[in-house]
Design a protein around this ligand. Structure first.
Ligand SMILES: Nc1ncnc2c1ncn2[C@@H]1O[C@H](COP(=O)(O)OP(=O)(O)OP(=O)(O)O)[C@@H](O)[C@H]1O
Length: 265
């Protein structure tokens, strides 16, 4: 049975500032054989400094929504505003980290993290790179080439590169999906540590309930065909999160029920 009264959509306090406003987004794709509505009436506000996870089954439109929010895809209707400005295309102030994109193989760790910092002076660039190399625990590997690194280290380089660019918002599309479970766990705590230090606004796509519950302030549960916001859940478990606490387990069970997996695993 689905636990009652556990998943209550929470309206964040109005005093908080909206960073990202997603209004009435519809996305329809017309292929030669059919018309496919991928997103329908999607509305969401993400607050400054908030960590929000988009959670939903494969194919529910999470990446499509992230592409719309990042300005890579024009929605069929609706609008996205970032800090009051309508999003009409990609912008270096908004940085993406993808699961498969990876680091540039022709640049060292240092070169990768410095990529995009061309507006800084040499001294500033060196200082910024050193700061993030240390932050992601890659001291000693500054001159290493990507082929000399493990998958987790490469992903850390990518996260460091994204943070070093000092974006106003970070969009991450299943960035740890290709990693083994031990590395994935350490990358999650790493990302949280960085987020706690920098408090960037983060929108993070995942289909992993545990990942969403361990990371997010709020979890946006999406349903499929067409993709809609089904529920928004505040993760009211203090950090560092005790994943064996009654509240955590209660939220996990509720989310499992929400996406129709209760009693199947
Ligand atoms: N350019 C496109 N043209 C036609 N259909 C598309 C296009 N892009 C995505 N789709 C369809 O939209 C649906 C949603 O895809 P999307 O990649 O956004 O889902 P997702 O929730 O991110 O899935 P996953 O978790 O598997 O990555 C899928 O059915 C996909 O086939």
């Amino acid at each position: 049975m689905k636990p009652a009264n556990v998943l209550v959509p929470v309206a964040p306090p109005s005093a908080r500032q909206v960073a990202l406003s997603i209004r009435d987004i519809h996305v329809r794709f017309n292929t030669p054989t059919r018309e496919l509505t991928v997103l329908e009436r999607v509305n969401l506000d993400v607050y400054e400094g908030e960590f929000v996870c988009l959670l939903g089954p494969s194919g529910c439109g999470k990446s499509t929504l992230l592409n719309v929010v990042g300005g890579f895809l024009e929605p069929t209707s609706g609008a996205v505003h970032f800090r009051g400005e309508r999003v009409s295309g990609p912008d270096p102030r908004r940085i993406f980290v993808f699961q498969e994109r990876g680091v540039f193989p022709w640049l060292t760790v240092e070169g990768n993290i410095a990529f995009g910092l061309f507006k800084l002076t040499e001294a500033q660039r060196r200082e910024r790179v050193a700061h993030y190399v240390k932050m992601v625990g890659l001291t000693g590997f500054e001159q290493a080439w990507p082929h000399e690194l493990s998958g987790g280290m490469k992903q850390r380089v990518e996260v460091a590169r994204a943070l070093a660019a000092n974006p106003e918002v970070l969009y991450l599309d299943e960035p740890f999906g290709a990693l083994d479970s031990i590395t994935r766990h350490s990358m999650r705590s790493e990302l949280l540590r960085l987020w706690e230090a920098e408090r960037k606004t983060v929108l993070f796509v995942t289909h992993d309930i545990e990942e969403a519950l361990q990371l997010a302030d709020r979890v946006v549960v999406m349903s499929a065909k067409p993709g809609k916001v089904r529920r928004i859940v505040e993760v009211d478990v203090p950090r560092p999160r005790d994943i064996s606490s009654a509240r955590y387990l209660e939220l996990r069970d509720s989310l499992l029920g929400e996406i129709g997996l209760a009693h199947h695993i």
